[in-house]
Design a binder for this molecule. Structure first.
Ligand code: ZN
Length: 243
């Protein structure tokens, strides 16, 4: 039902000559894996640009070699180590104020420089905080570190640098820990499409390492329905943030 409604709305927008932007962010890449291959093939075939949030600490040349022939992929900075520094009762967070801020900033700078050196033309100076959480005091310091943009989850809020967020998380972290049912996700997309305050681009968030078949099936279906649709434009993050 939701999928039918989304497609009807998109057809209506196409009749009016309107276009909705979408973008895709996938998190937690470190190494080439069969799951990453599957994501790369899926996005390449559909013509969907992919922003891959890479964890700097443990990554290296094998991922560079894997991505080099994939011009539709851009690499963003996913924190430094994806280690939790929050106390046991608090929500997981790497980029909070649980340790001296200079220590956090030093790691972020190191991560940015490492991925820039490794990935060169495919590098995008976007910070993707692990668990989509970052202290405002750290956000304030990102431009001085060399970050050109920030991406978390939910509606964009004002910040001292361009923000391009994700809005649709395909994984059911608190429930099955598999993919959400397709109808739920198309319903989430419908809500953004129908909103009085449209976002610049509807961001879809994926985690290739933990996808079950339901998650993969949703992505395949979404691309099949939208990638060639005249009212949809799957855009690269760099084009959306204007650098
Ligand atoms: Zn992550």
């Amino acid at each position: 039902m939701s999928e039918t409604q989304v497609m009807a709305l998109l057809d209506h927008l196409a009749d009016q000559g309107k276009v909705v932007n979408f973008w895709l962010r996938d998190d937690d890449a470190v190494l080439p894996t069969p799951a990453l291959d599957r994501l790369l093939t899926l996005t390449r075939t559909a013509g969907v640009p992919l922003t891959l949030a890479v964890i700097p600490e443990q990554t290296g040349q094998p991922l560079v070699d894997c991505l080099r022939g994939e011009p539709h992929v851009a690499v963003a900075v996913h924190g430094w180590s994806h280690r939790n520094h929050a106390p046991p009762q608090a929500k997981n967070q790497e980029l909070g104020l649980h340790r001296p801020i200079d220590e956090v900033l030093g790691e972020l700078k190191h991560g940015l420089e490492k991925l820039d050196a490794l990935h060169g033309p495919q590098f995008l100076s976007m910070l993707v905080p692990p668990w989509n959480r970052i202290a405002p005091e750290i956000v304030e310091r990102l431009p001085a570190l060399g970050f050109g943009s920030l991406s978390v989850f939910g509606r964009e809020k004002p910040a001292p640098l361009p923000v391009l967020n994700t809005h649709i998380d395909i994984m059911d972290w608190r429930g099955t820990r598999g993919g959400h049912p397709s109808e739920v996700l198309f319903g989430d997309i419908l809500a953004y499409l129908e909103s009085d305050q449209p976002v610049r681009a509807i961001g879809v968030l994926t985690h290739h390492l933990v996808h079950d078949e339901q998650a993969w099936a949703f992505l395949e279906r979404l691309f099949e329905r939208t990638a060639g649709h005249p009212a949809c434009r799957w855009a690269a993050a760099a084009d959306l943030i204007g650098n």
